[in-house]
Design a binder for this molecule. Sequence first.
Ligand SMILES: *Cc1c(COP(=O)(O)O)cnc(C)c1O
Length: 368
Amino acid sequence: MTRPFNFSAGPAAMPEAVLQQAASEMLDWHGSGMGVMEMSHRGKEFISIYEQAEADFRELLAVPAHFKILFMQGGGLAENAIVPLNLSGGGAVDFVISGSWSEKSFKEAGKFCTARVAATSQASQFTQLPAASSWQLGADSRYVHVCSNETIHGVEMHTLPDLKALGCDAPLVVDFSSHVASRPVDWSRVGLAFGGAQKNLGPAGLTVVVVREDLMGQALPHCPSAFDYQLVARNDSMYNTPPTYGIYMAGLVFQWLKAQREGALSGVAAMEQRNAAKAQLLYDFLDNSQLYENRVAKDCRSRMNVPFYLRDASRNEAFLAGAKTRGLLQLKGHKSVGGMRASIYNAMPMAGVQALVQYLRDFEHTQA
Ligand SMILES: *Cc1c(COP(=O)(O)O)cnc(C)c1O
């Protein structure tokens, strides 16, 4: 049986091999007589799962030793509060608004600190990134927040900003929820990065936080204990019960990632090359079509989330219905922007993008 191709923005498609492995281990993990979700998080079986997942994530993304990797709960939206509770000291924070997600982060942070807009691309309807040279960064900034992949608007920072080169000593905070593990990360530019798992790492319920050690231990007094990075780190993410099944599933995804190859490349480098090729195939088709359009500037188009519009919006329903009959699922765009969106995360094979492009071509021909 071949499964349909699932273009959901999140929770999103998982590698099929991972789902199969999880299914085969559901009732009895490695002869323990227990399924993973039935295990104590303090038992040796689960500790081994956790340690492997942490080590694999560190290896895959080359996370330096002076960063902690925390497995938390609450998703990206909770981090919009947890980051300022830990890092702002109640002072001023600068936000680069490049789409819906950074805007949400900015609004939430205002409850805990003085949130300022350093730059915004709203005037372009978030089809461009605000040029780094235009960012207004205050000398008193506690940190600078960016969303490196805007899941709804389909805008991606292909390189992270170098704040030092902009004359800013504050740490960079990155929401990388929707492209984590799709490409390498330049940790020399990062103070903290966070991401919900449900786009590119595993099931919803797990949040991965990568934080430079020197930024911990400054939480505001009213920060909930379970969200105090230092406390979480000191307890190896087990201050409270972590999302054990989510960690296990993400761990299986990390193993799968480590086994991926593209020519001489492996792991995240292989994914980056494959993701670039997938995205190029789709964007090239859209750009050359009469029916469809992507409105994002070419230098900041997301490799993960490709929003597109039918120039004749009255065809939207027919388009989605036809896609479904071909086994191409969840292509409807986010309700705030309309149109369509194809999310093509790591788990989407090239064959899925090829099937989508074939359908786009065929549907366009039936409209001619
Ligand atoms: C999905 C997403 C979030 C929100 O994650 P939740 O788990 O729903 O809180 C935050 N930021 C980005 C970039 C996202 O794609």
